[in-house]
Ligand binder design. Structure first.
Ligand SMILES: NC(=O)c1ccc[n+]([C@@H]2O[C@H](COP(=O)([O-])OP(=O)(O)OC[C@H]3O[C@@H](n4cnc5c(N)ncnc54)[C@H](OP(=O)(O)O)[C@@H]3O)[C@@H](O)[C@H]2O)c1
Length: 303
């Protein structure tokens, strides 16, 4: 599908938007694109406040009246997520678009502050906590006449590299950092993004929840890979590595395109193309288990 971020994003008046990982890569490009279309406010998170200030300056150069707010937040800490969600809900009584974009890939084996495998913690669990804590605001916004509330979760075609069972729940409080599992941590977390988005759509149909793969995009995520991984990425995608601005189009499409054309719970490849599933990414039982596991792990977190 042709989707031009300059001309095809509609007027976003009154909309409050939150982008996680808006300080770099396709998250930053999404912040810049949203800001040009008159939203009430674009919140964005990240750890790097210097880069955040640069994003705000760049956005305001193109759209001087744009209202942007940086939420400093480290996704390896659920307490930090809780604080960022508290700030957002104390400042805004509505939220129209939640873009769960931030992510890490193939980082050294580690645990998050609360003791979860780092990819699962950053890519899935921190975003699940944002969703849980922002849900009352999202639901209230969805109650308004003519509302159009969306949650867009970044996954990756790399989800296909998940372990055989899909998600190894019993080891999620370990680094999973040895043997084959080490290479499957990213795929496992990105499978979770697809399953969680689908389950969310089932449980809260008044909110449109989809997962998207952005394409293979020349961002820090790719640049920070090992020489071997970079060579593999370039060999397997010889002519299809795109710029960050191009790579942001699928999430901008999912967040703003005609709501009747975006299917709740679906997974999309760029741009607006139904994604190719594998058996586990359509496994409703596994999606239910993931929901229950997540719910239990996040029990103590509230605002
Ligand atoms: N690039 C690709 O080819 C590709 C392909 C498929 C899927 N994706 C997905 O697209 C999403 C965005 O990736 P990208 O390529 O734009 O990556 P990127 O350029 O590395 O940007 C990642 C963003 O996430 C934030 N982030 C990372 N770790 C964080 C943490 N611990 N706490 C808070 N924020 C954190 C970073 O902010 P700070 O540094 O300020 O913390 C940054 O804004 C990811 O979910 C990724 O899995 C990318």
């Amino acid at each position: 599908m042709k989707f031009n971020s300059s001309t095809d994003i509609p007027d976003l008046s009154r909309k409050v938007i939150f982008v996680t990982g808006g300080t770099a890569g396709i998250g930053k490009e999404s912040v810049l694109a949203f800001a040009k279309h008159n939203p009430q406010c674009v919140y964005f998170s990240g750890r790097d406040s210097k880069r955040a200030a640069e994003v705000i300056t760049e956005a305001k150069t193109a759209a001087p009246s744009a209202n942007l707010v940086f939420l400093e937040c480290d996704l390896t800490s659920l307490t930090s997520v809780e604080n960022a969600a508290r700030q957002l809900t104390s400042e805004s009584d509505r939220l129209d678009i939640l873009l769960c974009n931030a992510g890490v890939m193939n980082v050294p084996p580690a645990l998050t502050k609360e003791g979860f495998e780092i990819h699962f913690g950053v890519n899935h669990l921190s975003h699940a906590l944002f969703i849980k804590l922002l849900l009352p605001t999202l639901l209230r916004t969805a109650d308004e006449p003519n509302s159009d509330v969306r949650i867009v979760s970044l996954t990756s075609q790399g989800f296909i590299g998940h372990p055989g069972g899909g998600i190894v729940f019993k080891d999620l409080r370990t680094t999973q950092g040895s043997g084959l599992m080490k290479a499957m941590r990213y795929g496992q977390s990105k499978l979770a993004n697809i399953l969680y988005a689908a389950e969310l759509a089932k449980r809260y149909p008044q909110i449109k929840s989809v997962s998207i793969h952005p394409g293979v995009v020349q961002t820090n995520l790719v640049a920070s890979q090992s020489g071997f991984m970079k060579a593999l990425i370039h060999i397997t995608n010889p002519f299809s590595i795109v710029t960050p601005a191009d790579g942001a189009r699928n999430q901008l499409w999912a967040a703003t395109y005609d709501k009747h054309s975006v299917v709740n719970g679906a997974y999309y490849e760029p741009v607006g193309v139904p994604g190719r599933h594998a058996r586990k990414s359509k496994d409703e039982k596994l999606a239910g288990e993931l929901w229950e596991w997540t719910d239990k792990e996040l029990e103590g977190f509230q605002i």
